[in-house]
Design a protein around this ligand. Sequence first.
Ligand SMILES: NC(=O)c1ccc[n+]([C@@H]2O[C@H](COP(=O)([O-])OP(=O)(O)OC[C@H]3O[C@@H](n4cnc5c(N)ncnc54)[C@H](O)[C@@H]3O)[C@@H](O)[C@H]2O)c1
Length: 314
Amino acid sequence: MKPIEYIAVIGAGLMGHGIAQEFAIAGFSVCLYDVKEETLQQATQRIQGNLKLLSAQGLIPEAVIEPAISHVRTSTNLEEAVHNADYVVEAVTEDLPLKLRLFAELDRLCPEHTILASNTSTFMPSLLADATQRPDRVLVAHYFNPPYLLPLVEVVSCPQTSPETKETTLNLLRQIGKHPVEIHKECPGFVANRLQTALVREAFAIVQEGIASPQELDAVVRNGFGRRLAIAGPFEIGEAAGWDLWRAVAEQILPTLSNNREIPEALEKLVETGAVGIKSGQGFYTWGSEETLSFRQRMAHGLLEMSGWGKKSE
Ligand SMILES: NC(=O)c1ccc[n+]([C@@H]2O[C@H](COP(=O)([O-])OP(=O)(O)OC[C@H]3O[C@@H](n4cnc5c(N)ncnc54)[C@H](O)[C@@H]3O)[C@@H](O)[C@H]2O)c1
Protein backbone atom coordinates (compact mmCIF):
# COMPACT_ATOMS: atom_id res chain seq x y z
CA MET A 1 0.00 0.00 0.00
CA LYS A 2 1.37 3.44 -1.02
CA PRO A 3 1.89 5.70 2.04
CA ILE A 4 -0.78 8.36 2.37
CA GLU A 5 0.42 11.87 1.52
CA TYR A 6 -2.35 13.58 -0.41
CA ILE A 7 -5.89 13.88 0.92
CA ALA A 8 -8.90 15.25 -0.93
CA VAL A 9 -11.96 16.44 1.01
CA ILE A 10 -15.09 16.69 -1.15
CA GLY A 11 -17.61 19.28 0.12
CA ALA A 12 -16.36 22.31 2.05
CA GLY A 13 -19.37 22.98 4.28
CA LEU A 14 -19.73 22.68 8.05
CA MET A 15 -18.00 19.29 8.20
CA GLY A 16 -15.69 19.37 5.15
CA HIS A 17 -13.69 22.44 6.19
CA GLY A 18 -13.15 21.04 9.71
CA ILE A 19 -12.08 17.63 8.36
CA ALA A 20 -9.60 19.27 5.96
CA GLN A 21 -8.26 21.36 8.83
CA GLU A 22 -7.55 18.25 10.94
CA PHE A 23 -5.44 16.65 8.18
CA ALA A 24 -3.63 19.94 7.50
CA ILE A 25 -2.66 20.38 11.18
CA ALA A 26 -1.13 16.88 11.05
CA GLY A 27 0.99 17.92 8.03
CA PHE A 28 -0.89 16.23 5.16
CA SER A 29 -1.36 18.02 1.82
CA VAL A 30 -5.07 18.58 1.48
CA CYS A 31 -7.23 19.66 -1.46
CA LEU A 32 -10.67 20.91 -0.48
CA TYR A 33 -13.22 20.69 -3.30
CA ASP A 34 -16.68 22.23 -3.58
CA VAL A 35 -18.94 23.27 -6.43
CA LYS A 36 -18.88 26.96 -5.51
CA GLU A 37 -15.79 29.18 -5.28
CA GLU A 38 -17.59 31.30 -2.66
CA THR A 39 -18.01 28.25 -0.36
CA LEU A 40 -14.28 27.50 -0.67
CA GLN A 41 -13.39 31.07 0.29
CA GLN A 42 -15.66 30.85 3.34
CA ALA A 43 -14.13 27.47 4.23
CA THR A 44 -10.62 28.94 4.14
CA GLN A 45 -11.70 31.80 6.41
CA ARG A 46 -13.39 29.35 8.79
CA ILE A 47 -10.20 27.24 8.98
CA GLN A 48 -8.12 30.33 9.75
CA GLY A 49 -10.58 31.38 12.50
CA ASN A 50 -10.68 27.87 14.02
CA LEU A 51 -6.88 27.58 14.08
CA LYS A 52 -6.59 30.93 15.87
CA LEU A 53 -9.21 29.82 18.42
CA LEU A 54 -7.44 26.49 19.05
CA SER A 55 -4.12 28.28 19.46
CA ALA A 56 -5.60 30.92 21.79
CA GLN A 57 -6.92 28.06 23.96
CA GLY A 58 -3.48 26.40 24.06
CA LEU A 59 -4.70 23.35 22.11
CA ILE A 60 -2.24 23.81 19.22
CA PRO A 61 1.03 25.81 19.15
CA GLU A 62 0.82 29.14 17.31
CA ALA A 63 3.65 27.97 15.04
CA VAL A 64 1.28 25.34 13.57
CA ILE A 65 -1.18 27.90 12.15
CA GLU A 66 0.71 29.12 9.06
CA PRO A 67 1.99 25.68 7.93
CA ALA A 68 -1.51 24.22 8.40
CA ILE A 69 -3.06 26.95 6.27
CA SER A 70 -0.42 26.45 3.58
CA HIS A 71 -1.23 22.70 3.47
CA VAL A 72 -4.79 23.34 2.26
CA ARG A 73 -5.42 24.20 -1.38
CA THR A 74 -8.92 24.55 -2.82
CA SER A 75 -10.47 23.63 -6.15
CA THR A 76 -13.78 23.67 -8.00
CA ASN A 77 -12.43 21.10 -10.48
CA LEU A 78 -13.02 17.54 -9.24
CA GLU A 79 -10.45 15.92 -11.51
CA GLU A 80 -7.77 18.39 -10.46
CA ALA A 81 -8.72 17.90 -6.77
CA VAL A 82 -8.45 14.09 -6.73
CA HIS A 83 -6.04 13.08 -9.53
CA ASN A 84 -3.18 12.49 -7.04
CA ALA A 85 -5.24 11.75 -3.90
CA ASP A 86 -4.24 8.76 -1.80
CA TYR A 87 -7.30 9.15 0.42
CA VAL A 88 -10.65 10.89 -0.18
CA VAL A 89 -13.17 11.98 2.46
CA GLU A 90 -16.56 12.84 0.98
CA ALA A 91 -18.61 15.38 3.00
CA VAL A 92 -21.29 16.65 0.60
CA THR A 93 -24.97 17.16 1.40
CA GLU A 94 -26.78 14.10 2.86
CA ASP A 95 -28.49 13.11 -0.40
CA LEU A 96 -28.11 9.49 -1.56
CA PRO A 97 -28.43 9.99 -5.36
CA LEU A 98 -25.86 12.84 -5.12
CA LYS A 99 -23.43 10.68 -3.14
CA LEU A 100 -23.90 7.70 -5.50
CA ARG A 101 -23.16 9.88 -8.56
CA LEU A 102 -20.14 11.35 -6.81
CA PHE A 103 -18.71 7.97 -5.77
CA ALA A 104 -19.00 6.72 -9.38
CA GLU A 105 -17.21 9.88 -10.55
CA LEU A 106 -14.52 9.62 -7.85
CA ASP A 107 -13.96 5.99 -8.82
CA ARG A 108 -13.35 7.09 -12.42
CA LEU A 109 -11.05 10.02 -11.54
CA CYS A 110 -8.96 8.76 -8.61
CA PRO A 111 -5.81 6.62 -8.86
CA GLU A 112 -6.42 2.90 -8.48
CA HIS A 113 -5.05 2.72 -4.91
CA THR A 114 -7.18 5.58 -3.53
CA ILE A 115 -9.50 4.82 -0.60
CA LEU A 116 -12.92 6.52 -0.75
CA ALA A 117 -14.42 7.33 2.69
CA SER A 118 -17.80 8.96 3.25
CA ASN A 119 -18.75 11.15 6.19
CA THR A 120 -22.42 10.26 5.70
CA SER A 121 -24.53 10.38 8.87
CA THR A 122 -26.87 7.59 7.85
CA PHE A 123 -26.23 5.77 4.54
CA MET A 124 -24.75 2.27 4.65
CA PRO A 125 -21.29 1.99 3.06
CA SER A 126 -22.37 -1.00 0.90
CA LEU A 127 -24.65 1.37 -1.10
CA LEU A 128 -21.67 3.63 -1.86
CA ALA A 129 -19.30 0.70 -2.52
CA ASP A 130 -21.72 -0.71 -5.11
CA ALA A 131 -21.58 2.59 -7.04
CA THR A 132 -17.87 1.98 -7.73
CA GLN A 133 -15.58 -0.58 -9.37
CA ARG A 134 -13.45 -0.59 -6.16
CA PRO A 135 -15.88 -1.75 -3.44
CA ASP A 136 -12.94 -3.09 -1.39
CA ARG A 137 -11.61 0.48 -1.02
CA VAL A 138 -14.86 2.11 0.19
CA LEU A 139 -16.08 2.66 3.76
CA VAL A 140 -17.68 5.25 6.05
CA ALA A 141 -15.61 7.51 8.33
CA HIS A 142 -18.28 9.38 10.29
CA TYR A 143 -17.03 12.48 12.10
CA PHE A 144 -18.90 14.65 14.62
CA ASN A 145 -19.50 18.38 14.55
CA PRO A 146 -17.25 20.27 15.04
CA PRO A 147 -14.71 17.72 13.79
CA TYR A 148 -11.73 19.62 15.22
CA LEU A 149 -13.20 19.51 18.76
CA LEU A 150 -14.85 16.07 18.88
CA PRO A 151 -12.37 13.18 18.69
CA LEU A 152 -14.76 10.39 17.68
CA VAL A 153 -14.88 8.99 14.14
CA GLU A 154 -17.11 5.94 13.56
CA VAL A 155 -15.36 3.68 11.04
CA VAL A 156 -18.00 1.57 9.31
CA SER A 157 -17.00 -1.16 6.87
CA CYS A 158 -19.34 -3.21 4.70
CA PRO A 159 -18.83 -6.81 3.61
CA GLN A 160 -17.09 -5.53 0.46
CA THR A 161 -14.48 -3.42 2.40
CA SER A 162 -11.03 -5.05 2.56
CA PRO A 163 -9.30 -5.46 5.94
CA GLU A 164 -6.43 -3.34 4.52
CA THR A 165 -8.78 -0.41 3.77
CA LYS A 166 -10.18 -0.57 7.30
CA GLU A 167 -6.74 -0.80 8.96
CA THR A 168 -5.33 2.03 6.81
CA THR A 169 -8.28 4.22 7.83
CA LEU A 170 -7.99 3.41 11.54
CA ASN A 171 -4.22 4.09 11.46
CA LEU A 172 -4.63 7.34 9.52
CA LEU A 173 -7.23 8.63 11.97
CA ARG A 174 -5.11 7.65 14.99
CA GLN A 175 -2.12 9.38 13.37
CA ILE A 176 -4.02 12.69 13.24
CA GLY A 177 -5.16 12.38 16.86
CA LYS A 178 -8.74 11.21 16.32
CA HIS A 179 -10.44 8.49 18.36
CA PRO A 180 -11.76 6.04 15.74
CA VAL A 181 -14.25 3.39 16.86
CA GLU A 182 -14.76 0.45 14.55
CA ILE A 183 -18.44 -0.40 14.01
CA HIS A 184 -18.77 -4.14 13.43
CA LYS A 185 -21.92 -4.29 11.32
CA GLU A 186 -23.32 -1.65 8.95
CA CYS A 187 -26.77 -0.27 9.72
CA PRO A 188 -28.45 3.10 8.98
CA GLY A 189 -27.15 5.73 11.41
CA PHE A 190 -24.42 3.42 12.80
CA VAL A 191 -24.18 3.75 16.63
CA ALA A 192 -24.16 7.44 17.59
CA ASN A 193 -27.04 8.58 15.40
CA ARG A 194 -29.15 5.57 16.41
CA LEU A 195 -28.68 6.55 20.05
CA GLN A 196 -29.33 10.24 19.37
CA THR A 197 -32.43 9.47 17.31
CA ALA A 198 -33.82 7.25 20.09
CA LEU A 199 -33.34 10.12 22.56
CA VAL A 200 -34.95 12.68 20.23
CA ARG A 201 -37.94 10.38 19.50
CA GLU A 202 -38.62 10.12 23.24
CA ALA A 203 -38.08 13.89 23.67
CA PHE A 204 -40.80 14.60 21.07
CA ALA A 205 -43.10 12.04 22.75
CA ILE A 206 -42.62 13.66 26.18
CA VAL A 207 -43.48 17.10 24.76
CA GLN A 208 -46.46 15.69 22.81
CA GLU A 209 -47.84 14.06 25.98
CA GLY A 210 -47.55 17.39 27.85
CA ILE A 211 -45.10 16.00 30.40
CA ALA A 212 -42.57 18.81 29.87
CA SER A 213 -41.98 21.70 27.46
CA PRO A 214 -38.98 21.57 25.09
CA GLN A 215 -37.24 24.17 27.27
CA GLU A 216 -37.90 22.21 30.48
CA LEU A 217 -36.76 18.96 28.84
CA ASP A 218 -33.50 20.60 27.68
CA ALA A 219 -32.93 21.87 31.24
CA VAL A 220 -33.39 18.32 32.58
CA VAL A 221 -30.75 16.96 30.18
CA ARG A 222 -28.31 19.89 30.51
CA ASN A 223 -28.32 19.96 34.30
CA GLY A 224 -28.71 16.25 34.89
CA PHE A 225 -27.74 13.09 33.05
CA GLY A 226 -26.29 15.02 30.07
CA ARG A 227 -23.32 15.97 32.25
CA ARG A 228 -22.62 12.33 33.07
CA LEU A 229 -22.80 11.39 29.37
CA ALA A 230 -19.86 13.71 28.65
CA ILE A 231 -17.77 11.55 30.97
CA ALA A 232 -19.16 8.02 30.74
CA GLY A 233 -21.18 5.86 28.34
CA PRO A 234 -24.56 4.29 29.18
CA PHE A 235 -22.98 0.95 30.07
CA GLU A 236 -20.47 2.53 32.45
CA ILE A 237 -23.28 4.60 34.00
CA GLY A 238 -25.42 1.45 34.33
CA GLU A 239 -22.58 -0.37 36.06
CA ALA A 240 -22.12 2.55 38.47
CA ALA A 241 -25.82 2.63 39.43
CA GLY A 242 -26.15 -1.19 39.43
CA TRP A 243 -28.07 -3.26 36.85
CA ASP A 244 -30.52 -4.39 39.55
CA LEU A 245 -31.69 -0.78 39.85
CA TRP A 246 -31.77 -0.41 36.04
CA ARG A 247 -33.89 -3.56 35.80
CA ALA A 248 -36.42 -2.16 38.26
CA VAL A 249 -36.47 1.19 36.41
CA ALA A 250 -36.79 -0.48 32.99
CA GLU A 251 -39.70 -2.65 34.19
CA GLN A 252 -41.72 0.46 35.07
CA ILE A 253 -40.73 2.72 32.18
CA LEU A 254 -40.23 0.53 29.08
CA PRO A 255 -43.98 -0.16 28.56
CA THR A 256 -44.62 3.62 28.49
CA LEU A 257 -41.88 4.63 26.01
CA SER A 258 -42.56 5.71 22.45
CA ASN A 259 -42.12 3.03 19.81
CA ASN A 260 -43.22 5.38 17.03
CA ARG A 261 -41.74 4.42 13.64
CA GLU A 262 -43.09 7.51 11.89
CA ILE A 263 -41.62 11.01 11.90
CA PRO A 264 -43.24 12.75 14.93
CA GLU A 265 -46.07 15.12 13.94
CA ALA A 266 -44.44 18.11 15.66
CA LEU A 267 -41.19 17.49 13.77
CA GLU A 268 -43.05 17.33 10.42
CA LYS A 269 -44.74 20.64 11.30
CA LEU A 270 -41.45 22.37 12.17
CA VAL A 271 -40.00 21.37 8.80
CA GLU A 272 -43.17 22.21 6.84
CA THR A 273 -43.32 25.70 8.35
CA GLY A 274 -39.59 26.32 7.89
CA ALA A 275 -39.02 26.60 11.65
CA VAL A 276 -35.86 24.47 11.44
CA GLY A 277 -33.89 26.10 14.26
CA ILE A 278 -30.87 28.38 14.31
CA LYS A 279 -30.48 28.54 10.52
CA SER A 280 -34.02 29.93 10.08
CA GLY A 281 -34.09 31.96 13.33
CA GLN A 282 -36.98 29.92 14.75
CA GLY A 283 -37.67 26.43 16.06
CA PHE A 284 -38.94 25.63 19.55
CA TYR A 285 -36.74 28.59 20.51
CA THR A 286 -36.42 32.01 18.86
CA TRP A 287 -32.88 32.56 17.57
CA GLY A 288 -31.95 36.21 17.25
CA SER A 289 -28.30 37.07 16.65
CA GLU A 290 -27.68 37.51 20.40
CA GLU A 291 -29.21 34.16 21.37
CA THR A 292 -27.34 32.41 18.55
CA LEU A 293 -23.99 33.92 19.53
CA SER A 294 -24.50 33.13 23.19
CA PHE A 295 -25.45 29.48 22.41
CA ARG A 296 -22.49 29.02 20.06
CA GLN A 297 -20.11 30.48 22.67
CA ARG A 298 -21.52 28.17 25.34
CA MET A 299 -21.02 25.11 23.08
CA ALA A 300 -17.52 26.17 21.98
CA HIS A 301 -16.47 26.93 25.55
CA GLY A 302 -17.69 23.55 26.86
CA LEU A 303 -16.19 21.55 23.98
CA LEU A 304 -12.86 23.41 24.12
CA GLU A 305 -12.65 22.70 27.83
CA MET A 306 -13.25 18.98 27.15
CA SER A 307 -10.59 18.97 24.39
CA GLY A 308 -8.22 20.17 27.12
CA TRP A 309 -9.18 17.13 29.25
CA GLY A 310 -8.02 14.86 26.38
CA LYS A 311 -4.75 16.73 26.00
CA LYS A 312 -3.99 16.57 29.73
CA SER A 313 -4.54 12.80 29.89
CA GLU A 314 -2.30 12.06 26.86
N1 LIG B 1 -23.61 18.72 10.31
C1 LIG B 1 -23.32 17.72 11.11
O1 LIG B 1 -23.45 17.82 12.34
C2 LIG B 1 -22.78 16.43 10.56
C3 LIG B 1 -22.11 15.54 11.42
C4 LIG B 1 -21.58 14.35 10.89
C5 LIG B 1 -21.74 14.06 9.55
N2 LIG B 1 -22.42 14.94 8.73
C6 LIG B 1 -22.53 14.59 7.32
O2 LIG B 1 -21.54 15.31 6.59
C7 LIG B 1 -22.03 15.59 5.27
C8 LIG B 1 -21.98 17.10 5.04
O3 LIG B 1 -22.77 17.75 6.01
P1 LIG B 1 -22.54 19.28 6.38
O4 LIG B 1 -23.26 19.50 7.66
O5 LIG B 1 -21.11 19.65 6.26
O6 LIG B 1 -23.38 19.96 5.20
P2 LIG B 1 -23.18 21.42 4.56
O7 LIG B 1 -24.48 21.73 3.89
O8 LIG B 1 -22.61 22.38 5.53
O9 LIG B 1 -22.07 21.16 3.44
C9 LIG B 1 -22.29 20.37 2.32
C10 LIG B 1 -21.42 20.90 1.21
O10 LIG B 1 -21.53 20.03 0.09
C11 LIG B 1 -21.42 20.83 -1.06
N3 LIG B 1 -21.88 20.10 -2.22
C12 LIG B 1 -23.14 19.83 -2.62
N4 LIG B 1 -23.10 19.12 -3.78
C13 LIG B 1 -21.80 18.93 -4.08
C14 LIG B 1 -21.11 18.28 -5.12
N5 LIG B 1 -21.76 17.66 -6.12
N6 LIG B 1 -19.77 18.28 -5.11
C15 LIG B 1 -19.10 18.90 -4.12
N7 LIG B 1 -19.69 19.55 -3.11
C16 LIG B 1 -21.01 19.55 -3.10
C17 LIG B 1 -22.24 22.08 -0.74
O11 LIG B 1 -21.88 23.13 -1.61
C18 LIG B 1 -21.83 22.31 0.71
O12 LIG B 1 -20.72 23.19 0.81
C19 LIG B 1 -23.43 15.01 5.20
O13 LIG B 1 -23.35 13.72 4.65
C20 LIG B 1 -23.85 14.95 6.67
O14 LIG B 1 -24.83 13.98 6.92
C21 LIG B 1 -22.91 16.12 9.21
